[in-house]
Design a protein around this ligand. Structure first.
Ligand code: TYD
Ligand code: MG
Length: 456
């Protein structure tokens, strides 16, 4: 006999509680607990077909043949292709392009039978979208259904090579009374889909919408259930989109894939170096180039800063793409070490391309862009800065410096300022076309002189 019990879930983080709580002890959210009815079956231990534990030595090596997605960028973030039976969560804000990415993939892989399940759009809407994407989709099947049991039945009948679920928030199971998108529905549906993927050895992509706080709406729970978590991000005012690996049980994490959203779908950007640099700001002050590493790829990014005098003592400090707290620290360091006063200046920082950069070696370029704007000095495009700035103004070394210098040299930047730490260990023969300027502290930088030396 199935018993019904009542349990409370935090809709922000999925934390469970037997009673209602005003504040979630796990994530600190207020008024976030919702009531859910659960049907619990009795646990029977007799006559179970259980697996016997075995020794590691007895496990034979099984070779994984990954499925090629025919997309260099998608393969990269997946660690070299799709592992059979894996469950991949594609998370991102509404409208960022998750459906486009997955439908485009389903339409373009001709030799792979895909089942695209949509709970958001009708068959006709999907056809219109497919026409826009110019994909014939010879081996793509479309199913518009929201009941997870029906979807699993279809999967077991059709036996596709790959399944896409768009989106987890729209599907539901018959077992629960709660509405689709609620924590218990998402949890149960993801669990059933995961079981299906593992039992039938079919990879399943699950699309999940992210709420404003950046958590996957409600189901943080499914983040740890799935094998791979990919985040699709970008600025909706801009056409570039980043697909970032947050978790991967079968490959490296923090890998990125870059796409450009065009009229006819997402185009891969295989050479990202030039796209993030704004050609029109060549002769303007307040911009500075940096080389950051996101995933394993070095990227040349352009930092833009605007330092503007105001007549009050509560100026704004706004940063887009660079951590706000790091900006506050950087301002304090520059004020103390370089004796520049920012108390009556508003400061705005922006990373061209609308990306969020986590690499701390961006500090140096942000500081230089600020100085460039303050003194109205144009930093030439042949000059680039790499390094994390410490609290005493020291320039800290950046990991994978050879890789960064190679990238800088490749795109034709001639001068680069880096941390002097262990610089002698670099094989200078590899950087013949590069003038490497080592510094140990921000106080050693005389920006005006440096710029005039370079221009000579
Ligand atoms: P969509 O994939 O529907 O986003 P999500 O599934 O993440 O909610 O993408 C929506 C946006 O993408 C929409 O604003 C229109 C734009 N778009 C293009 O620019 N080109 C295209 O070819 C397609 C299909 C969509
Ligand atoms: Mg969508």
């Amino acid at each position: 006999m199935n018993k019904q019990r009542i349990i409370f879930f935090c809709k922000e983080c999925g934390n469970e509680s037997l009673k209602w709580l005003g504040k979630c002890p796990a994530c600190g959210a207020w008024n976030s607990f919702i009531e859910q009815k659960l049907n619990d079956g009795e646990v029977k231990l007799e006559n179970r077909d259980t697996k016997k534990p075995i020794k590691l030595q007895e496990i034979t090596e099984g070779e994984i043949t990954r499925i090629d997605t025919k997309s260099v960028e998608l393969n990269r973030v997946l660690g070299g292709g799709i592992v059979p039976g894996s469950v991949i969560l594609i998370a991102g804000e509404p409208g960022i392009g998750k459906s486009t990415l997955m439908l485009q993939f389903a339409l373009r892989v001709k030799s792979i039978k895909t089942l695209y399940v949509s709970g958001e759009e009708s068959e006709y809407q999907l056809k219109l979208r497919a026409e826009r994407l110019k994909g014939k989709g010879e081996s793509c099947l479309i199913l518009c259904d929201t009941i997870v049991e029906n979807i699993i039945t279809a999967i077991s009948e059709i036996k596709p090579d790959i399944v896409v679920i768009d989106s987890i928030q729209t599907i539901q199971t018959d077992n629960y009374e709660s509405y689709p998108g609620s924590v218990s529905q998402i949890k149960q549906c993801a669990f059933l889909l995961m079981q299906t993927a593992k039992q039938m050895n079919i990879p399943i992509f699950i699309i999940g919408h992210v709420n404003k706080e950046g958590d996957i709406a409600g189901p943080k729970i499914i983040e740890h259930m799935v094998d791979v978590v990919l985040f699709f991000e970008g600025n909706t005012n801009n056409t570039y989109r980043l697909l970032r690996t947050m978790k991967n049980r079968f490959g490296p994490t923090f890998e990125i894939g870059l796409f450009d959203m065009r009229q006819d779908g997402l185009k891969e950007v295989t050479n990202p170096t030039n796209v993030l640099i704004n050609e029109e700001t060549f002769n303007l002050s307040g911009t500075c180039l940096a080389c950051v590493i996101e995933g394993i790829r070095p990227l040349i990014v352009e930092v833009q800063a605007l330092v503007n005098q105001v007549n009050h003592f509560n100026p704004q400090r706004v940063s887009n793409g660079y951590d706000n707290k790091r900006l506050a620290i950087l301002i304090a360091v520059i004020e103390k070490i370089l004796k520049i006063k920012f108390y009556n200046k508003e400061i705005f920082i922006n990373i061209a391309g609308g990306f969020k950069i986590n690499d701390t070696s961006l500090d140096f370029a942000v500081a230089m862009a600020m100085l460039s704007s303050t003194y109205d000095l144009t930093i030439p495009r042949e000059l680039c800065f790499i390094g994390e700035i410490g609290l005493n103004g020291e320039i800290r070394p950046s990991p994978k410096i050879e890789q960064r210098l190679n990238e800088i040299q490749k795109i034709g930047i001639k001068h680069v300022v880096v941390s002097s730490f262990k610089i002698k260990e670099l094989n200078m023969a590899n950087f013949k076309n590069l003038n490497i300027i080592p510094v140990s502290n921000i106080s050693e930088i005389k920006l005006k002189e440096l710029i005039s030396e370079i221009k000579c």
